[in-house]
Design a protein around this ligand. Structure first.
Ligand SMILES: Nc1nc2c(c(=O)[nH]1)N[C@H]1C(S)=C(S)[C@@H](COP(=O)(O)O)O[C@H]1N2
Ligand SMILES: [Mo]
Length: 167
């Protein structure tokens, strides 16, 4: 095999490896996030359901920040919202992020791309308990981007996140 074909083959292999995964495993543990709406990757009844392990399999990102309703700084860690959107091949403009009960907020896709917004799974290294506004919390990098410290972004900082509807 000539060098030229070797390169083409290598290119094809790299392309395959880097292509976003188009499959989602089936959750084995308790489902903590359900994504519905304009998504191409589904695993349960036309929706994308995630247990904790599946969310931990995505690249984890740390946001260390003060927070409107927590004293001092906290170290939040979890997948980037844009990686979650990519994992389900979401297409649309906005996600309606819904809490376990009685609260929802629209988050434009542009926020997920403009800022390192995460779906935090841990705070200071510990899983966030439901009574501490877990198990999943939308966290904006407030300290890094002071322009975010407005009521608009506070209201998008949904805690008790359970579902996302992509529109
Ligand atoms: N699940 C849930 N997340 C929520 C809210 C809520 O009522 N429920 N309120 C939002 C708003 S409007 C603000 S200002 C912040 C802070 O709310 P808190 O001070 O009640 O914690 O949380 C946001 N996330
Ligand atoms: Mo608010």
């Amino acid at each position: 095999m000539g060098l030229r074909y070797g390169r083409i083959l290598l290119g094809a292999v790299l392309l395959l490896i880097s292509a976003p995964s188009l499959a989602l495993e089936t959750p084995t543990g308790p489902v903590i996030l359900e994504i519905s709406g304009s998504i191409d990757v589904t695993n349960v009844d036309g929706e994308a359901h995630f247990d904790r392990d599946m969310l931990e399999t995505l690249p984890q990102h740390v946001v260390t920040t003060g927070h409107p309703w927590i004293d001092g700084q906290s170290r939040f860690e979890g997948p980037l919202l844009r990686d979650v959107l990519q994992a389900v091949s979401a297409h649309g403009d906005v996600m309606n992020v819904q809490a376990i009960r009685d609260y929802a907020s629209d988050i434009p896709f542009s926020d997920a791309h403009d800022y390192d917004v995460i779906l935090a799974l841990t705070r200071d290294g510990t899983p966030i308990r439901v009574r501490d506004r877990g198990p999943l919390q939308v966290i904006y990098p407030f300290d890094e981007r002071p322009e975010l410290t407005t009521n608009i972004y506070f209201s998008r900082s949904v805690w008790h996140v359970a579902r996302i509807e992509v529109r």
